[in-house]
Design a binder for this molecule. Structure first.
Ligand code: ADP
Ligand code: MG
Ligand code: MG
Length: 884
């Protein structure tokens, strides 16, 4: 089994597609060598060897030692130099590099091969004593630090003592004799820490460094980086042993890093930084301030041109923006690394669109180049990355709704409204949790932060619907609503203190950080048009309607309009209950709930009907020509009744029901497990007049809008069906109302009656349900809740740990559980279509805007996904990805 791969001299044993085995750095070094890019020669030890090292108790098999020795000999031959040679020594770097890029997370050793003899040799051939001794002391320090864990400080102290003795401050002010002293002191530091002398044998140095690089795969920093970036399934790092080139060989030498395009804006502009007379690590270490690349163009046009030529060569070769490292040794350019550069969402879209125009990539490739997360970035303000770097995160929670916001913290929805409307302030609403009564405050707040709740908690769902940043389940926040204080790790904050939050990352900062809003109009529209084209022209065999559509969850005409502008092709879920919380309706709605008898209830409903109808008219108009699915009342009535004494008294006054009687009513509505209680179609069965009123409001609105000449496509959706009988009764009731509305109006419109599939039993008996239902919409929030048996409002207590401990790969309320819940979706689709081949099927849970779930829905043959307005573009892109 081959584990070492040579590169150099215009050839290489590895290729670009061997990333898994050679790491990204190794694969690209090999690839660049073959492509004739000037890369210093060397060899790569595979990631497989790293895995074996860990499996065998940190030992290497003899075969690997032999392979490395052979490749080292080959390198020495090619270079015409030998490690440790007293006349013309070869020096190498030993570099980490895994299949996924983990910049700066693992270790690298430079100038390896230095010893008491080699330093003389290097001095001789370079004709530069100072350079040779500087290289020696750099190696001692790096080897001691990286391989043996010597205290970095001790080396600094030694260096500083020599500088102090001489009375200088800069490294560059030390001459050869001074550096010799530094070397002696470094050797002493090494001996003190390790207990033995610094090894003069280069082969011993080499293996020590190889093992250190393998070892850095599991350092805490690297592990954390992998965890945070969700890098999984890699077996280890490769090791690249590469001959050194010297950027510190005088004023015609230098080193730098650059991006072939601007990584933050995507501008086609050669962006980079460099230092003359310096070695690789100096640029990042911040000891000296690097120069912008453009000044190289002025200082040394010849060298700049070489670099600029390589820039276009590499972009053409990799057909993507590159992030590269270069070194110039006495006027000769070398490339030490190239990789696809990390970029902001803004840059990702701009670069993808530009590269299509330049003929470098196809539209399909452009669409695959941008991740849904990157696309999402361009719709939200973000914290200025420069300011963010130095700002400490004071708390972390679930990233419920993306974007950044800053403002003064307030603890009640009423205060939020007061501060914003009357005092002209910007606020962040901070609560333990939110409830429907907080809508007003949520609406005016810049962002919403809760200490409890999960990804489908009220705060999360509503914030996403509003397109507002939100962090939920932020356990570190101890909120005292009474005292109006917030305590985080012992530090107390008061109402009015300034905070900044980043809903994209789920991070909370103290104080006000600057926010920036990405700008990108033309490119964005063009990019999304390509995504739509891919989605809408896809061939989906076996489906009556071939087009996979993106709808939205919208409860108001305003939301519907926003969503339509973002490309929504209809409403997949209009929740009617939010309407009842509006000021003009809540009192009447409560009257309806506590009504003495059916007559009183009907009277209250009669007052509500025209109000609801008005809402529906607005929504139908906003969505003219597109389907609108309206769900009949779903939540338990208990959520709507007042619980505070004053409110109860007021209700008593307006209804004529006594306070005691009201209290008894409210008490009787209380359920131990309301989510599994008296809600959804169960309300429709026990209070048929409620659903009758809603159907009347929907259909009379539809008729009215149709009469104005607009096309309406109402779809009446009955929630929480578990047995087909529920649906057949409610459908029959609804049809009676529809017939009456049509008769009174003297006209008709098209309409459909369907159901949500959100109870496992409904999915399993979908063939029966489809006898009655003209469409299905998977309510995957409830379906997930009931399939897992997790109360979605209470998951905050254990779910984060489940994800942390990898009991579950993801929060199933955020990412559809394809293996479990997904089966119910598949069964539902299959059995439903067996009974009704042209059954229209969609999804309206929170998963409708989550990329991997959208892909699942596409694959499973759904006709559409429905998501919050601000997720519509994300779903458009995710759907295109599903097709490609
Ligand atoms: P990282 O992954 O942290 O960037 P690298 O292995 O790329 O680590 O190396 C760190 C620095 O050392 C880079 O600036 C790189 O260009 C420089 N470097 C690595 N190998 C050599 C070499 N053979 N000659 C000159 N400089 C090198
Ligand atoms: Mg690097
Ligand atoms: Mg539901």
């Amino acid at each position: 089994e081959k584990n070492v791969y040579f590169f150099g001299g215009g050839k290489a044993e590895g290729t670009a597609d061997m990333r898994e085995l050679l790491g990204g750095k190794g694969a690209n070094l090999a690839d660049m060598s073959s492509a004739g890019v000037p890369v210093p020669a060397g060899f790569t030890i595979s990631t497989r060897a790293c895995a074996a090292y860990y499996e065998n108790n940190k030992q290497h098999p003899e075969s690997l030692q032999k392979e490395v020795a052979e490749h080292l000999a080959r390198l020495e031959k090619l270079m015409g130099k030998k490690l440790g040679d007293a006349n013309d020594p070869l020096l190498v770097s030993v570099r980490s590099g895994a299949a996924a890029s983990m910049p700066g997370m693992m270790d690298t050793v430079l100038n390896l091969g230095m010893n008491d003899k080699a330093v003389e040799g290097l001095a001789k051939v370079s004709g530069n004593d100072r350079f040779a001794w500087d290289a020696y002391r750099r190696f001692l320090q790096m080897f001691g630090d990286v391989v043996k864990g010597c205290d970095h400080e001790k080396f600094e102290e030694a260096l500083n003592s020599v500088k102090a003795e001489k009375g200088v401050e800069e490294d560059l002010d030390l001459d050869t004799e001074d550096l010799k002293k530094v070397v002696e002191k470094y050797k002493a530091v090494y001996r003190d820490h390790v207990g033995t002398d610094f090894p003069q044998d280069p082969v011993e140095q080499l293996w020590g460094s190889i093992n250190a690089v393998f070892g850095s795969w599991h350092n805490p920093r690297a592990e954390k980086y992998r965890r945070l970036n969700n890098i999984k399934g890699l077996i280890g790092t490769a090791v690249n042993v590469q001959s050194m080139v010297y950027g510190n060989l005088g004023d015609t030498s230098g080193t730098g890093v650059c991006f072939t395009r601007d990584a933050s804006t995507g501008e086609n502009y050669f962006y980079g930084e460099y230092l003359m007379n310096a070695q690789g690590e100096d640029v990042v270490a911040g000891i000296r301030t690097p120069q912008p690349l453009q000044s190289l163009a002025d200082a040394n046009p010849e060298m700049y041109k070489q670099l600029d030529d390589i820039r276009s060569k590499l972009e053409k070769h990799y057909r993507d923006m590159q992030d590269l490292e270069f070194t110039i040794q006495q006027g000769t350019l070398y490339i030490l690394q190239t990789r696809n550069g990390k970029r902001t969402g803004l840059a990702a879209i701009k670069i993808a669109v530009d590269m299509v125009a330049e003929g470098l990539i196809t539209k399909e490739e452009a669409v695959t180049r941008v991740t849904p997360e990157q696309l999402d970035q361009v719709f939200h303000p973000m914290i200025d990355p420069a300011a963010r770097k130095s700002a400490p995160v004071i708390a972390k929670g679930l990233n419920a709704s993306p974007g950044a916001a800053a403002g003064e913290i307030v603890f009640t929805a009423d205060e939020a409204e007061d501060w914003v409307k009357n005092k002209g302030k910007k606020v962040l609403l901070v609560r333990r949790e939110t409830s429907p009564e907080d809508i007003g405050g949520m609406h005016v707040a810049e962002g919403i932060l809760t200490s409890t709740g999960g990804m489908t908690s009220h705060a999360a769902v509503v914030a996403r619907g509003m397109g507002k940043p939100s962090i939920v389940g932020c356990k570190a926040l101890q909120i005292d609503h009474a005292k109006k204080t917030l305590t985080v790790e012992g530090k107390v904050y008061k109402e009015g203190d300034f905070f900044t939050m980043d809903g994209t990352a789920g991070e909370v900062f103290e104080g006000t950080l600057p926010l920036i809003k990405p700008e990108l109009k033309g490119e964005l529209d063009e990019f999304l048009a390509w995504a739509d084209e891919i989605r809408t022209t896809a061939n989906r065999p076996g489906l009556t309607d071939q087009v996979f559509r993106i709808r939205t969850n919208a409860d108001t005409p305003g939301d519907a309009t926003v969503a339509r502008n973002y490309g929504a092709q209809g409403i997949g879920l209009c929740r009617t209950e939010h309407m009842f919380f509006e000021e003009d309706k809540i009192a009447t709605f409560r009257e309806m709930i506590v009504a003495k008898d059916v007559e009183a209830r009907k009277a209250a409903l009669a007052k509500l009907m025209p109000l609801q109808k008005k809402d529906f008219v607005g929504i139908f108009e906003a969505m003219a020509g597109l389907p609108v699915t309206i769900r009949l009342l779903d939540p338990p009535l208990h959520e709507f009744v007042p619980h505070e004494a004053a409110q109860i008294e007021q209700l008593a006054k307006s209804t004529g029901v006594s306070v005691d009687e009201l209290k008894r009513k409210i008490e009787s509505l209380h359920e131990l497990n309301p989510m599994l209680g008296h809600r959804g179609c169960r309300l429709g069965i026990t209070y048929p007049e409620v659903y009758d009123m809603q159907v009347e409001a929907i259909m009379s609105a539809a008729v009215e809008v149709a009469k104005k000449g607009m096309e309406v496509e109402p779809e009446i959706m009955i929630p929480l069906v578990g047995a087909v009988k529920e649906l057949s009764i409610l459908k029959a009731n609804a049809e009676k109302v529809v017939a009456r509305v049509f008769e009174e109006a003297g006209t008709t419109t098209a309409y459909k009656i369907g159901t949500m599939i959100e109870i496992p039993r409904a999915a399993l008996t979908a063939d029966e349900v489809a006898q009655e239902a003209e469409f299905f919409s998977f309510g995957t929030n409830d379906l997930t809740q009931m399939t897992f048996g997790y109360s979605r409002d209470d998951v905050g207590t254990f779910l984060p740990q489940y994800v942390e401990d990898e009991i579950l790969e993801h929060d199933p309320f955020a990412v559809l559980d394809q293996t479990g819940v997904g089966q119910l979706v598949e069964i539902g689709v299959e059995r439903g279509r067996k009974a009704r081949p042209d059954l229209k099927v969609g999804i309206c849970g929170e998963h409708g805007g989550e990329p991997s779930s959208v892909e699942f829905c596409y694959r499973t043959g759904l006709n559409y996904v429905s998501c919050s307005p601000y997720r519509v573009p994300i779903a458009r892109l995710a759907a295109a990805h599903a097709v490609l």
